[in-house]
Write a protein that binds this ligand. Structure first.
Ligand SMILES: [Zn+2]
Ligand SMILES: [Zn+2]
Length: 123
């Protein structure tokens, strides 16, 4: 199991997660409908270039919305096209980008350079 913390202040950003494959995005998008989350809760995946950790949108309790409204554009949700839109709840570091709009995938992407993955060993 892995827990992600803020690289700046070490506040936990997630709960215990295990690595898994993303769900296939097979659904045809029509109208203003938000896609099902790409990851199931409690799991994460590493992006192709290892720059991002992909999570379920409800698995980042240690983050808060970015205070700059310009980062939080979207139609039905957040399109995540304007840079990171989630910050560390403790220090405000820009740690993640949520995509949850009707034309995007539905996920949260932690920026690998801004977080630390800590292995949690069951006791
Ligand atoms: Zn929409
Ligand atoms: Zn922090």
């Amino acid at each position: 199991m892995t827990l992600f913390t803020c690289a700046n202040c070490r506040q936990p950003l997630t709960g215990d997660l295990k690595e898994a494959r993303p769900q296939r995005d097979t659904e045809k998008r029509c109208g203003h409908r938000i896609a099902p989350p790409r990851m199931t809760r409690g799991t994460y995946a590493i992006s192709h270039d290892a720059s991002l950790f992909i999570l379920h949108p409800d698995d980042v309790p240690g983050t808060v919305p970015h205070p700059d409204h310009g980062r939080r554009n979207g139609c039905c949700g957040l399109d995540g096209q304007d840079g990171p839109n989630l910050v560390c709840a403790a220090c405000g570091s820009e740690v993640a980008t949520e995509q949850s709009d009707c034309w995007t995938q539905h996920l949260v992407a932690l920026t690998a350079a801004k977080v630390v993955g800590e292995a949690e060993f069951p006791s």
